[in-house]
Write a protein that binds this ligand. Structure first.
Ligand code: NAD
Ligand code: MLT
Length: 307
């Protein structure tokens, strides 16, 4: 059996794969390059850079595709199902990292940290321009109450925030020990001072926030998207930030990554990080190890943990 690892994943995961099978690590391949070589592999392991398209799977002999992370929106699941290729992910290993990054962005927004740092490094001592607001007593809207959403809610409660959350699929027992109010999406949009998104990118979440949703929000609301680009309509967001309707927004993810041509990057009230939510040493080891173990289970015909 041969395994291709086509994105950078932690060495600990590669070592586990190597103990059982032959592993090739070849990153930054184009779709055509992947199509050309995929025929000789039984498993493919990716992070988020590789887009695993129907064309790549078509003439492959892949038995399993492993995603070292949560989101599987970079894998054509329909095509994989048609080809009988099992897809496994690592849904738990980066929950702490992504929730901590969300809180970091929340604080950075409230206290204008990136712009204040930039200003002082340009030798400007301006205390008035960077007056912030406190999180304590404010309402945080959490859209998507899965692993990361719940962790963010718990951390924000620790900061004295009130939590309004929306997730139509949540089971009551999953949130009964957390002091949050589960409401409909409109109530979150209308009542929250800050709103953070933790839903997967699907047909139903694509552009779930656009012009209409911005108009329902409080003037001066602040937003964080550490989940996926495409959940917030970026053109509508640009207008909302420009007009001041949205006072600030922190994005870790973009519809097109890297978003180097995006006009959003020119706005002073937009904070941007390059998809760093899961980028901690601990999370990367954890997701690489978890996915490697599941890929091996799949190749051996054993029951996998995260199908
Ligand atoms: P999860 O599956 O545990 O939670 C997702 C939640 O979203 C679920 O509770 C689900 O019911 C809810 N949901 C689905 N559709 C919804 C809708 N239309 N409206 C409201 N809620 C909806 O996943 P998670 O581990 O919490 O991760 C969430 C997402 O964050 C992932 O899908 C991934 O795309 C993203 N992510 C990003 C980073 C990063 O580096 N920035 C890191 C990890 C995860
Ligand atoms: C994920 O879905 O797990 C994140 O996007 C993190 C990543 O891919 O590194």
């Amino acid at each position: 059996m041969k395994i291709l690892v086509s994105d950078d994943i932690a060495q600990e995961g590669i070592d586990i794969l190597n103990q059982e099978y032959q592993v090739d690590v070849k990153t930054k391949l184009s779709e055509d390059e992947l199509v050309e070589i995929i025929g000789s592999y039984d498993a493919l392991v990716v992070r988020s850079a590789t887009k695993v398209t129907a064309k790549i799977m078509e003439n492959s002999n892949l038995k399993v595709i492993g995603r070292a992370g949560v989101g599987v929106d970079n894998i054509d699941l329909e095509a994989a199902t048609k080809k009988g290729i099992l897809v496994v992910n690592a849904p738990e290993g980066n929950t702490t990292a992504a929730s901590e990054h969300t809180i970091a962005l929340l604080m950075a927004l409230a206290r204008n940290i990136p712009e204040a740092v930039r200003s002082l490094k340009n030798k400007v001592w301006d205390r008035k321009r960077f007056m912030g607001i406190e999180l304590n007593g404010k309402t945080l809207g959490v859209v998507g109450l899965g692993r990361i959403g719940r962790e963010v809610a718990k951390k924000a409660i620790g900061l004295g925030m009130n939590i309004l959350a929306y997730d139509p699929y949540i089971i009551k027992q999953q949130v009964e020990n957390i002091d949050i109010k589960v409401v409909d999406l409109d109530s979150v949009l209308k009542e929250a001072d800050f709103i953070t998104f933790h839903v997967p990118l699907t047909k139903s979440t694509y552009h779930m926030v656009g012009e209409k949703e911005f108009s329902m929000m409080k003037d001066g609301v602040m937003l964080i998207n550490c989940a996926r680009g495409g959940i917030i309509d970026e053109e509508a967001l640009y207008e909302a930030l420009k007009s001041g309707k949205v006072a600030g927004c922190a994005l870790d993810v973009f519809e097109k990554e890297p978003p180097l041509e995006s006009p959003l990057l020119d706005l002073p009230n937009l904070i941007a990080t390059p998809h760093l939510g899961a980028s901690t040493q601990e999370a990367q080891v954890s997701v690489a190890v978890d996915v490697a173990k599941d890929v091996i289970r799949a190749l051996k015909g054993e029951m996998v943990k995260n199908p």
